[in-house]
Design a protein around this ligand. Sequence first.
Ligand code: PEP
Ligand code: MG
Length: 534
Amino acid sequence: MKVYSGKSINGSVAVGKIFIYSKNSAAVKEKADDSALELSRYENASAAACEQLDELYQKALADAGVEAAGIFEFHRMMLEDDDYIDSVKEFISDNGYTAEMAVKSTGKKFAAMFAEMDDEYMRARSTDAKDVSDMLVSVLSGKSSRLNINEPVILAAEELTPGGAIQLDKSKLLGFVTDIGSDNSHTAILARSLDLPAVYDVKLPESCNGKMAILDGCKGELIIDPDSETLEKAKAILQKNEERRLQLHALKDLPAVTGDGRRIKLYANIAGPEDVADVLANGGEGVGLFRTEFLYMNNDDYPTEEEQFAAYKAVAEGMKGKEVIIRTLDIGADKQLDYMKMDNEVNPALGCRAIRICLTRPEIFRTQLRAILRASAYGNVSVMFPMIASLWEVREAKAMLEKCRQELLGEGIDIGCPRVGVMIETPAAVIISDMLAEEVDFFSIGTNDLTQYTLAADRQNPNLEKFVDTHNPAVLRMIRMTEENAHARGVSVAICGELGADMTLTEEFLAMGIDGLSVAPPKLLPLKEKVRSL
Ligand code: PEP
Ligand code: MG
C-alpha cells in the first residue's frame, strides 16, 4: 500500500482501477515544401477545430453546465485570437514550418506567456493554450484526440485536458488525479461540475497503471494497492454515500408533488452563472433568487451593462427556458462596497440599502435594469425588487423598468417580457401585501430579513441567536398573511429565505398554501424528498 498526498480539488471518495493517460506526443515534421499549402491546411483545420469546439460546448452545457462549457468557448476564442493566428502564420511563412509545427510552436509560446502572468487565474490558462493547440495538431494530422476508456476508472494524467475529459463517458469516470493542476484549472471546474473526486499535485509512476486505488478528494489523497482493511472501510463509506446519493438522485426528474397531488415549485438560490450546473444537477426547476449583488462585490468598480448582461444571459441560457428570478441590487447593511462610497450609518440595516439605493441613484439601477431586460430575450427571466416597504417604491421601480424597456425598444434591441415581483421582507410589506399584490405578478418572502425586522433582532449579531427565532409565531403569521393577501389577488407566493429549507416547517408552509420554495442547490433533493413524503 502506498499513499500519495496531493491537493484537494473536489471532495468525495472513489475506489477503482487507475488508468494513466499519456498524451500522444508523436513527433511532427518541422519543415514544409509549400508554405501556401500549409497556410491553407492550417486555415481549414482551424475551422474544423472551431466546429468541434462548438460541439464540445453543447455537450458540456448539457452534461456539466454553463461554467464547464465556458472552457470550450475560451478555447475557441483562443483559436480565433488575432495574435494567435498571426503567430501561426508567421511560423509558416517566415520559418518555413509545417502547419503542425507552427501550431505547436504557437501553443508553446502562448503557454509560456500565460505561465508568467501574475494573476493566478491567467496562469492557469497556460494549460488551455497547450490543450487547444494539441487539439489543432490532432485535427491537422487526422488523429482523434479522444480518450477511450472501457471500464470505470480513476483517471490519472500528468495534466488532463478538459476537452479529453468532457468527451469521456461519464459513467466510466470515477475521479481525476493529475500532477499539474490548480484549483482554478478548467479540469477542476469540470470535476466540481460533474461532482467527481479530484486531486492534483500527485505524480504517479507508469507502473501504477491498472492498480487498485482509493481516491479521497476531501483529504487530497490517493492510496495505491490499499490493504484489505483500508479498502473495506473506503468501500463502506462509498456504499453509504452512494446509496444516499442514488436515493436522492432518483428524485431529480420527478415533480415536487405531495401525496394528495399538490405541485410545489422547487427553485434554487444562486449568486452567479457558476451555480447553474449545480442547480440543474440537483433537479432545480428554476432560479428563485439570483443574488446579483455578488457581481458587484466581486468587482473593483460598478459592473458595466455588458458585464451584467453577459452574466444574466449565461444564467438565462443555462437554465434552458426554466424561470430565472433576477433580484435587483441588494447592497447595504451587511453587504458594503468601498467604491460605492456610502455614508457611514448608525443603523445600516435600517439605512440606505437595496431598493433605496436604486431609487436614489437611478444611474446604477438603470444599468442593471437594461442588462436584465436584454438578458430576458435569452430565456425565461423575471425581475424582483428587494426590501420593499411602500407602494410608491414598487411603482417607481416599475416606471424605471418601463423607461428602460422603451429605451431599448427605441434602440432596436431585442428584449423579452419579464414578470415582475417583489420580495416580502419587511413587516410593512406584509401589512400592505394586499396593495402590493395589485402591482406585481409574484411575491417571494425573504424570511432572513423578515425575521430580523419583525423581531427587531439584528440577523448579523451572534449574541442575539436566541432572539432571532424564525419559528416565532409572529414570523409565521407574517408568512400566512402574505399568502392570504397574495392568493386572494391571484399572485403567486414563494419563500426564498433560509427558512424555506427548514424541513420541520415544510408541512406547515404547504398547509398555508405556499406555491414554491427556493433554497441552496444542495438542499433541493432532500427538500423534494420531504415534499413527496407529505
Ligand atoms: C432574505 O432576506 O430572506 C433574503 C432571501 O435575502 P438576503 O438573505 O439576500 O437578504
Ligand atoms: Mg433580504
